[in-house]
Design a binder for this molecule. Structure first.
Ligand SMILES: Cc1ncc(COP(=O)(O)O)c(C=O)c1O
Ligand SMILES: C[C@@H](O)[C@H](N)C(=O)O
Length: 388
């Protein structure tokens, strides 16, 4: 049965969308694959493609088992809850960690955990020394909430966590009875850029949340990987959170398209675009928040006194979608989009020299007010009439 798929042009790719790599759109190959997917009830473990996806990703990560979750947030939250037993306890992570900043206080509500957010002394990633000086020991002191899980992110802010630092941290966690979780929303990017096999990262963590819906381009899903006992309990908590998926074969098959594809080349292409933009920013004295190791370029709007709203509007002037200082590349972005976003950034930077903007409050990655569009894809706000 050949299905002629006429995807409307505007839905074919996210070639001009630099808001996030979550905006990648499904390809015709993925949609056609879904048409031939298995159709069992995955809650009862009866869906072949779901099981194949879980086992494929777990094997790549060197883990015994995997669990298909509808989102990275769900995968992270049930992972961290599964590691925890008797409160009071705490989770230590980077102050920018998604599990702390963008998962709606799930750790406090679902896990009743206190979070210890740490600002890395090197400005980029936590070292073992940072962890040792901030963790709460389980020494019987009744004032504290002992740290039971360390949640690291790789990549973090687009930065590849150095393997040797992860090895040091893992050894210390084992000596101190602490579990180690990895938010691997962009672990594929770390693997592609560092050439460290996923299995080598996998050996260092008790659990990894591996997203398929970010740079890998799947429309839905993450795989939580760990040992069999851990995944069995995580599955129980996934069901409790309403995360049991029935006939998930179709979305599993779409994700498998990417895992079976040459994903490394696709990711390295997106990284090359980010590296070019980072070089451009450096050439023009535009400050960056962190090294552009992989697919993200974080412009330091605060240091540049750039107004994020001006940047978003300049982006639309050049037909590029932005939502703040983070410029997110993915495999559907083109070189032409790169050239256009350079113009938007440089014009915003020049504008800031005459109109410096002091960012009050935290910088936001996601700024819904700048990106809402109507059903025709037109920006709702007066962006067209902007005066910048
Ligand atoms: C680092 C990181 N972790 C976890 C998530 C959560 O993934 P999801 O949006 O699928 O819940 C995201 C979002 O893209 C993320 O950037
Ligand atoms: C906004 C945030 O939740 C999302 N994970 C992103 O990176 O775009």
């Amino acid at each position: 049965m050949s299905i002629a798929l006429e995807l409307p042009e505007e839905y074919r790719t996210a070639s001009n969308d630099l808001r996030s790599d979550t905006f990648t759109t499904p390809t015709e190959a993925m949609i056609k694959a879904a048409l031939n997917a298995s159709i069992g009830d995955a809650v009862y473990g009866e869906d072949v493609d779901t099981a194949r996806l879980e086992q494929t990703v777990a094997k790549l990560a060197g883990k015994e088992a995997g669990l298909f979750c509808v989102s990275g947030t769900l995968s992270n939250q049930i992972a961290l809850r599964t590691h925890l037993y008797q409160p009071p306890f705490s989770i230590l992570c980077d102050y920018r960690a998604h599990v702390y900043t963008h998962e709606a206080a799930g750790l406090a509500i679902l896990s009743q955990a206190m979070v210890v957010p740490v600002i890395p002394s090197n400005g980029n990633y936590m070292t073992l020394e940072d962890i040792k000086s901030h963790y709460v020991p389980d020494d019987g002191d009744i004032h504290g909430a002992p740290t039971k899980v360390l949640s690291l992110e790789n990549t973090l802010h687009g930065i590849v966590y150095p393997l040797e630092e992860l090895v040091r941290i893992k050894a210390w966690c084992m000596e101190n009875g602490m579990k180690l979780h990895c938010d691997g929303a962009r672990i594929w990017n770390a693997v592609a850029e560092s050439n460290v096999p996923l299995k080598q990262f996998g050996e260092l963590f008790d659990s990894i949340s591996i997203c398929l819906s970010k740079s890998m381009g799947a429309p839905i899903g993450s795989i939580l990987v760990g040992n069999t006992k851990f995944i069995k309990k995580a599955n129980h908590l996934r069901k409790q959170q309403g995360g049991g998926i029935r006939q998930s074969g179709m979305i599993a098959r779409m994700a498998l398209c990417n895992v079976d594809d040459d994903w490394k080349s696709k990711l390295l292409f997106s990284h090359s675009l980010a590296h070019k933009l980072a070089d451009f920013c450096k050439e023009h004295g535009i400050p960056l928040e962190s090294p552009a190791d992989t697919n993200f370029v974080f412009i330091d709007l605060r240091a540049a006194k750039m107004n994020p709203d001006v940047l978003v509007k300049k982006g639309l002037k050049y037909n590029v979608r932005l939502m703040g200082g983070r410029v997110s590349f993915h495999y559907q972005v083109t070189e032409d989009t790169l050239e256009r976003v350079k113009k938007a950034i440089l014009e915003s930077f020049e504008y800031a020299k005459e109109h410096p903007f002091d960012q009050n409050g935290p910088t936001q990655i996601y700024r819904s007010e700048s990106t809402e569009v109507d059903i025709e894809g037109n920006a709702i706000h007066d962006i067209k009439g902007y005066k910048y």
